[in-house]
Write a protein that binds this ligand. Structure first.
Ligand code: NAD
Length: 392
């Protein structure tokens, strides 16, 4: 099949297997070039392992720390007529590279919120890996089926308390325009907390603990985004921010209930960048295009793999990592410091339809977006007929 990007709104509905493999290889090359981790975790469970921050976490644990990794993701396999999802091909590429390097890697594809998938993970750990010393929680999902009641909860991206009018960039129509977002009602807030809050993270740790699969001093982290004024109305103080606040509650509860194993649970605050999850959030493509411009000029730009390698070296491999005043592992200071935010705000105020491409780094944003699906990577022949029916 010859595979060209099929972009629909904020998503690309196909993926290029060779390009995805090249992207995984680049991330592996990056962590190897940085050097091996000191005191690395040995048995790592990554929930949300196929794309974005979760994939970067798995690559860092495996290729900078020689860890055995068990991944969980929710991806679509290829068919005769359609390519698989990017996460499918990323996982296939990760497995091939891990196997070449003699590293244990297994991935379970299914609904991480379900009891069945949790049981499969427990069975696999018991059979193959044993106790885990690091659990990465990097799920991003628009919905969750409650494993007890079967009720389906949906997350929404809306302000809380009051409506919010702002600029946004419509990536589909190449248009800067104003949007007015109506505030969420209480039910929408609670549903978003059910999906993206800490309940499922706690259920994972409970299940692992009951099966005696948590090593002493096991660390676990869930990822959050803590922005500043420009993104607060649609992120930090919005429905998704309420869900992320619930992660802090869950972290404290995990530490308390798993004290016998001295489990350390942290919320890690990471920078905003292009992933499948963030491109779905209104305002984010505009905000990220501007921070890319400013942070590249400042020399502080990072992608998923750079940010996660730093999280492992600076925090997750430290016996007692330094935390911020809320107990989080704070990694996005280079984005949220006042000087950088002031530059972004100045650009934000000036940006119009006419000057958008000049003031922002939308070219960089779009390149990164295409890369998520295996497109726009140098060295890949996009006119070649490629095998898309790849398994792992
Ligand atoms: P992503 O969309 O790239 O990855 C999501 C992962 O979750 C994929 O591996 C997907 O297969 C998996 N997944 C989704 N639903 C699942 C289910 N039901 N069962 C099993 N697996 C499932 O997202 P991302 O941007 O890497 O986000 C990961 C985490 O990082 C999220 O909590 C997000 O809020 C947080 N975060 C993202 C940013 C950002 O700018 N992208 C910044 C800070 C924090």
């Amino acid at each position: 099949m010859i595979v060209k990007p099929k972009i629909r709104g904020f998503i690309c509905t196909n993926a290029h297997p060779v390009g995805c493999a090249a992207s995984v290889q680049q991330q592996i090359d990056y962590v190897k070039a940085q050097g091996s981790l000191n005191n690395p975790p040995k048995n790592v469970l990554v929930l949300g392992s196929s794309t974005g921050y979760g994939l970067a976490s798995r690559i860092t644990a495996a290729f900078a720390g020689d860890a055995n990794t068990l991944g969980v993701c929710f991806e679509k396999p290829p068919t005769e007529r359609k390519t698989g999802t990017a996460g499918w091909y990323n996982t296939a590429a990760f497995h091939a590279k891990a196997s070449d390097a003699g590293l244990y890697a297994k991935t379970l594809n299914g609904d991480a919120f379900s009891k069945e998938l949790k049981q499969q993970v427990i069975d696999t750990l018991k059979a193959d890996m044993g106790k885990v010393d690091l659990v990465i929680y990097s799920l991003a999902s628009p919905r969750r089926t409650d494993p007890e009641t079967g009720e389906v909860y949906k997350s929404t991206l809306k302000p809380v308390g009051q409506s919010y009018k702002t600029k946004t960039y419509d990536t589909d129509k190449n248009l800067i325009h104003e949007i007015a977002l109506e505030p969420a009602n209480e039910d929408e807030i609670q549903q978003t907390i059910k999906v993206m809050g800490g309940e499922d993270w706690e259920l994972w740790l409970d299940a692992l603990s009951e099966a005696d699969l948590l090593a002493d001093n096991c660390k676990t982290t869930a990822y959050t985004y803590v922005g500043k004024e420009l993104t607060w109305p649609i992120y930090g103080q919005a429905t998704i921010g309420k869900a992320k606040e619930d992660l802090d509650r869950a972290a404290a509860s995990i530490v308390k209930t798993k004290a016998d194993k001295k489990v350390q649970a942290y919320v890690s605050s990471l920078k905003a960048l292009v992933t499948q999850a963030s491109s779905a959030i209104p305002v984010m493509p505009l905000y990220i295009s501007l921070i890319y411009k400013v942070m590249k000029e400042e020399g502080t730009h990072q992608g998923c793999i750079e940010q996660i390698y730093d999280l492992f070296t600076d925090k997750l491999t430290q016996t007692k990592p330094e935390v911020d005043e809320l107990g989080r592992l704070y990694m996005n200071g280079k984005e949220t410091n006042d000087a950088t935010q002031a530059k972004i705000k100045a650009l934000w105020d000036q940006v119009t339809q006419e000057n958008f491409h000049e003031l922002s780094d939308y070219a960089g944003y779009h390149h990164e977006f295409l890369r998520l699906f295996g497109f726009d990577l140098s060295g890949v022949d996009y006119d070649a007929d490629v095998e898309t029916l790849i398994d792992w």
